[in-house]
Design a protein around this ligand. Structure first.
Ligand code: SAM
Length: 259
């Protein structure tokens, strides 16, 4: 994109709009971020390196770096649009934030990362995209990247197990009510589809959207993402010694795993 055009775009506005629609899907998103950061504060020294996995435009990294002035973060995502919004809105936060374009479902992402060790791995509303096999591989890779005592904090909707059908029904009922277009409209919040439509209506973004379409070609979204039990079993199998929930609202939770 032409540098002059790039400078005229209100990237911070697109990030604010992103945050607003994400909060429509995760009404307690800020509380969830806070629970993750409280764990980092309690368990790590103030100067740490964090990985923001499937970062989108960097909502988590932005908040983390504001709360921890001595920390550094690396935001990884495969979507060129997300990375452009993040880079445009946040830049490098005085050299403390690095952006990496990589697909976490392919083993090459580690080579692209440019770090051989991080103290914490965080992710928000994203790992539900990963199919079980690449997810297990990813957890194994993360357990090598993290030192003993390192933390993985995943904030996402992780479905209740088949052994808790009433819990699952209740949680799905709440989500169905929150996630309808009518519920978004009633709250005056844009849906993700509407955000993408608005983004697509800007002629300057055509090359970015073309790059995104190329990146998504052949990728399939899974209907039923791995649930809580699968995440816990995969993390244990990958070598994490403690795995459990530290924050929860229905199926939305922060799963913490200690290397
Ligand atoms: C709903 S967004 C959440 C973004 C951000 N974490 C947030 O909370 O605002 C999901 C993100 O996961 C990214 N993603 C999904 N699968 C991925 C993969 N295999 N590798 C890298 N990024 C991925 C998408 O590109 C998207 O930016």
């Amino acid at each position: 994109m032409d540098t002059d055009v790039q400078q005229q775009i209100d990237w911070a506005g697109w990030l604010r709009r992103w945050d607003a629609q994400q909060e429509g899907y995760v009404p307690e998103r800020e509380a969830r971020f806070t629970a993750m950061f409280d764990a980092l504060e309690a368990l790590l020294p103030p100067s740490f390196v964090a990985l923001d996995l499937a970062s989108g435009p960097g909502s988590l990294s932005r908040r983390l770096l504001a709360r921890f002035p001595e920390a550094r973060a690396v935001a990884v995502d495969m979507d060129p649009v997300m990375l452009a919004v993040g880079r445009g809105a946040l830049g490098t936060v005085d050299g403390r934030l690095r952006w990496v374009e990589a697909d976490l479902a392919t083993p090459d992402w580690l080579a692209a990362l440019g770090e051989t060790r991080v103290d914490a791995v965080l992710s928000s509303t994203a790992l539900h995209w990963m199919w079980p096999e690449p997810l297990l591989r990813l957890y194994r890779e993360l357990s090598v990247l993290l030192p003993p005592g390192g933390l993985l904090l995943n904030g996402d909707h992780l479905a209740f197990s088949a052994a808790l059908p009433t819990f699952a029904r209740l949680s799905e009922h709440v989500l169905e009510q929150q996630w309808t277009d009518a519920a978004f409209a009633a709250r005056g919040i844009e849906t993700a589809e509407q955000w993408w439509e608005a983004f697509g209506a800007e002629p300057a973004f055509a090359p970015l959207l073309e790059a995104r379409a190329k990146m998504l070609a052949g990728k399939q979204r899974q209907e039923t993402p791995p649930g809580f039990d699968l995440h816990v079993a995969a993390l244990r199998e990958a070598g994490f010694r403690e795995v459990g929930t530290i924050w929860q609202s229905m199926s939305d939770r922060v799963l913490m795993a200690v290397r």
